[in-house]
Design a protein around this ligand. Structure first.
Ligand code: SF4
Length: 425
């Protein structure tokens, strides 16, 4: 979501006549699009602003803007901590960035934070990758997970109308895009807020509608909420050829006690039943997840329950996080706030070791298979290699000079926990 917002900011600035600078030393304008999901975003932002002050002292005409979730949360605090920042804008008025910069140039520093969005404002995105695009289908979240700051900085759910989304995807296909990722904080509740003459348009319908757009070969989405993932979506995924066999299903914890404290709305058994449902309908499905270690009050037994669910779930990959309290969330006020850091680090390592082994075992089953890869470009570490993704979102490296955007068949020769190596078939 944040990356796509950055594309939108870049698109607005380009439409206003600006061009990307090579680095911040040479830039007339630096925009920070912040995220406050993790604790160190604050430190990083204020550290970076401190470094930029030295450049701005030498070149007073340089402008600095700060937007995104952290700006939404910190509001006036940004300019009181860093008075050399020219513009502060939030998550609900990203589309106003150019006007706010014009205002600041004329009148001086400005902070503009809106409480809510009235609608989803679509801005022209500047995409680095001509073949893949993000498509925001909804903003906000109506859930109240106790560890999460998102509802307070992104507001309530607002869905875009299905016709507008199909039009946007059709335009992207005409522009050469072959892969789209539908974005929302909780895509399974897409459409529930829309009044479409008594008909509720649900996420499953949307998958089928965008799946029918000619030229779009791969559709992904993020993220579903396990409590809201139902059979209609699994069926739509299975029956729509363009929808990839990939699902990101955030577990967060395997302990029923911790899941209740997180307000996640499911327990371990129900979570595993959702995976079984999805796998039953979608052959070859790859599933990734998010897990938090060290939530307030997490005991060794709670953590063992997480390991048990991770072992049973057999995720292809997992994003693992050490819990950090976010001020303004219910979890930050809970007792037993701090599990011993050494204990947390030990649990984190055990989780990573378990998941790495499972990821490797799953990837090893692909050795000898031929997989379809959408090429992203040269490998980041070896210019003689190309990198791309399978439909299941696995990273594949192979030798050659195939152009980005090509769809090629690669025969897998070697597996690692987080990537595959192969050769053009
Ligand atoms: S579903 Fe929960 S974790 Fe996801 S954005 Fe909403 S409140 Fe945050």
């Amino acid at each position: 979501m944040n990356v796509h917002d950055s594309e939108g900011i870049a698109g607005l600035l380009e439409a206003d006549g600006m061009v990307a600078a090579a680095d911040s030393d040479a830039a007339d304008l630096v925009v920070f699009n912040t995220c406050c999901i993790r604790e160190n975003a604050d430190d990083k932002l204020y550290g970076s602003l401190g470094m930029l002050k030295r450049i701005k002292d030498k070149r007073p005409g340089m402008m600095i803007a700060v937007g995104g979730c952290l700006a939404q949360k910190d509001r006036d605090l940004v300019q009181s901590k860093a008075p050399w920042v020219d513009v502060v804008f939030g998550t609900h008025n990203l589309h106003r960035v150019v006007s706010l910069l014009d205002y600041a140039e004329e009148w001086g520093p400005v902070t503009e934070i809106l409480e809510e969005s009235e609608d989803v404002t679509v801005v022209p995105a500047r995409r680095d990758d001509p073949h893949s695009a993000w498509v925001t289908i909804m903003i906000g979240c109506n859930n109240s997970c106790t560890f999460c700051i998102v509802p307070s900085v992104r507001g309530s759910e607002i869905s875009r109308r299905p016709g507008d989304l199909v039009r946007e995807v059709t335009d992207l296909a005409a522009d050469g895009v072959v892969e789209i990722t539908l974005l929302g904080q909780n895509v399974n509740s897409y459409g529930r807020d829309l009044d479409l003459g008594g008909r509720s348009t649900l996420f499953a319908d949307l998958l089928r509608s965008v799946g029918a757009v000619e030229g779009i070969e791969r559709i992904r989405y993020t993220s579903p909420h396990p409590k809201d993932f139902r059979e209609d979506v699994a069926l739509a995924m299975a029956e729509t050829p363009a929808v990839c066999e990939q699902l990101h299903m955030p577990l967060q914890s395997g302990s029923d006690r911790i899941l209740a404290a997180m307000h996640r709305g499911y327990n371990a058994d129900r979570f595993l039943a959702k995976l079984e449902l999805a796998r039953r309908h979608i052959p070859g499905l790859a599933i990734s997840t998010d897990v938090i270690v060290g939530f307030p009050g997490e005991t060794e037994a709670d953590f063992q329950a997480t390991l048990d669910v991770v072992a049973a779930a057999r995720f292809d990959s997992a994003f693992t996080f050490i819990y950090s309290p976010r001020p303004g969330t219910a979890a930050a006020e809970m007792e037993d706030q701090f599990v011993d850091p050494t204990v947390i680090q030990d649990r984190y390592q055990r989780l990573v070791t378990l998941q790495t082994g499972i990821g490797l075992e799953i990837n090893e089953t692909l050795v000898g298979a031929t997989v379809e890869v959408l090429v992203e470009g040269p490998s980041k570490t070896d210019a003689g290699m190309r990198s791309g993704r399978t439909r299941t979102n696995k990273l594949v490296h192979f030798p050659g000079s195939t152009e980005a955007g090509a769809m090629v068949d690669v025969r897998i020769e070697r597996a690692a926990p987080h990537f595959l190596i192969g050769a053009l078939a």
